[in-house]
Design a protein around this ligand. Structure first.
Ligand code: HEC
Length: 174
């Protein structure tokens, strides 16, 4: 009954594979994030059904202003991803780092009462993504290894889709 759907399993496999690649190339400890995401995938009975007929994502209650701010931040993420890809294609690793850094600190930019109402797992995913962004920017500058950056960007996408698969915003009734 609480078994995750095939999409989630596929996603989880991607996380594990990208973790393994990352560890192989880096020797860094990234398993905390994989575990946090795995927990979300397996503990969330609400996500176990097909999304075709029903939106099974967990609703986070927000005010219209909070929703606007969060979605603005999200659209900025897309702009940054464009800049990162562009910099990487131009083999400009310094520009990769410069494009990545504005993506960090999502939680710091949110008002305190909004932050306090976010589910713990949401916060953990945002923090995990932040950690990865910091490592990605630092490695781009100090190692200039394009293939490493690419695998880190793939891992980054697992945070985007992991959180999107799990949560949605809902304007709270007042
Ligand atoms: C910690 C959770 C989380 C992470 C990580 C995250 N998002 Fe989101 N994002 C959300 C939620 C929640 C929504 C709103 C979904 C809804 O209400 O249907 C959203 C919406 C969006 C939207 C729609 C914006 C709009 O104006 O409607 C875009 C684009 C987006 N995210 C991009 C990204 C990208 C790119 C990344 C990764 C670099 C990312 N997000 C990472 C939680 C997250």
């Amino acid at each position: 009954m609480t078994r995750p759907n095939p999409g989630l399993l596929h996603y989880l496999k991607m996380v594990v594979v990208s973790e393994a690649n990352f560890r192989r190339s880096k020797g860094d400890t990234m398993s905390r994030r994989a575990i946090a995401i795995a927990l979300i995938c397996f503990s969330t009975a609400a996500l176990a059904q097909s999304p075709v007929t029903k939106d099974n994502r967990i609703a986070i209650q927000v005010s219209p202003g909070e929703r606007n701010q969060m979605l603005f931040e999200m659209r900025e993420f897309l702009h940054s991803l464009f800049n990162m890809h562009n910099a990487l294609a131009g083999k400009d690793m310094k520009a990769v780092a410069v494009s990545t850094r504005p993506m960090t600190g999502l939680l710091r930019r949110l008002p305190a009462d909004n932050k306090a109402r976010l589910p713990e797992e949401f916060t953990q995913m945002a923090l995990g993504m932040d950690e990865l962004l910091t490592v990605l920017a630092r490695d781009a500058e100090t190692k200039a290894d394009m293939s490493l950056t690419q695998s880190q960007m793939a891992e980054l996408m697992t945070y985007c889709s992991g959180c999107h698969d799990t949560y949605r915003f809902e304007i709270k009734a007042r």
